[in-house]
Ligand binder design. Structure first.
Ligand SMILES: Nc1ncnc2c1ncn2[C@@H]1O[C@H](COP(=O)(O)OP(=O)(O)OP(=O)(O)O)[C@@H](O)[C@H]1O
Ligand SMILES: [Mg+2]
Length: 247
């Protein structure tokens, strides 16, 4: 059994049929990459997994730790230990780094008191640990989040997600808009999180960067999986890379 099993889902926005018979599995402890061009269906896949609405999953099933979570409300999915860092990196621009982290913690505790019981086995990250893993955030505790660089905001968004107890972290294009040097910093942060036992599903258009740290890779195109193999296999597959990733 994999940590996450997406089995032959069909997902829709209204009547538009976006994901077609899409299956993927993420093994515990790995970094798994989901790659594809603009509009391929990457974000829709993540939204389907974390219970966002829309899209609507009409066929197939999603299992997490063996439990069927298809159609489960997003807050309940979060309580199972799945955290999403969305493409738009939501941070509170007018609050400091430290306040952003504190708020993430408060909202987590508040939801724990009345939501379904926490079944996540992951640990939520303490603020001290965040500063150990993301030293740049430690140096900028009192800086307003809106004045952080793109890479620093990405790290803060990831750190906020980890304030919720997390077994599976879904990252939607964490490298988007970042200079190559900064991509390397975010990459290193993702690897440190992975080493602490958090499983990661990494969605990217930047295939080269993603397969550097991923073990397994999927490529999605027009809502269908067109490649399923190891990162090494994808690196060696010029045809798939040229056809679906444009690299
Ligand atoms: N809320 C929505 N309503 C209707 N169609 C949508 C909605 N969101 C996305 N789509 C469509 O679904 C398809 C897949 O979009 P999705 O956002 O999953 O792509 P993506 O792979 O994440 O692309 P990108 O790399 O640009 O973020 C696209 O054709 C898009 O226009
Ligand atoms: Mg997207």
């Amino acid at each position: 059994m994999s940590l996450l099993d997406v089995d032959a889902i069909d997902a829709y926005y209204g009547e538009s049929h976006i994901l077609r018979d899409l299956s993927l599995s993420v093994e515990e402890g790995e970094i798994c990459a989901l790659l594809g061009r603009n509009g391929a269906g990457k974000t829709t896949t993540l939204r389907s997994i974390c219970g966002a609405n829309p899209p609507q999953v009409r066929e197939g099933s999603i299992r997490f730790k063996g439990e069927d979570i298809t159609g489960m409300p997003a807050d309940d999915v979060a309580m199972q230990g799945i955290s999403l860092v969305p493409e738009e990196r939501r941070v509170f621009a007018n609050l400091t780094v430290e306040e952003n982290l504190r708020i993430a913690e408060v909202s987590r505790n508040a939801s724990n008191t009345w939501r379904r019981p926490l079944t996540s086995t992951g640990r939520s990250m303490s603020t001290e640990q965040v500063y150990d893993d993301f030293p740049r955030l430690g140096e900028r505790k009192t800086q307003k989040a809106g004045t952080l660089s793109g890479g620093e905001q990405q790290m803060l968004a990831i750190a906020r997600a980890l304030k919720q107890s997390t077994d599976l972290l879904l990252l939607d294009e964490p490298y988007e808009g970042l200079a190559p040097q900064i991509v390397e910093d975010v990459e290193a942060a993702i690897e440190r999180i992975s080493e602490q036992g958090v499983t990661i599903l990494l969605v990217e258009q930047n295939a080269a960067a993603a397969i550097k740290i991923a073990g397994h890779a999927y490529v999605v195109d027009q809502g269908e999986i067109v490649f399923d193999g190891t990162a090494d296999e994808l690196r060696g597959d010029d045809e798939i890379r040229e056809r679906y990733l444009g690299v």
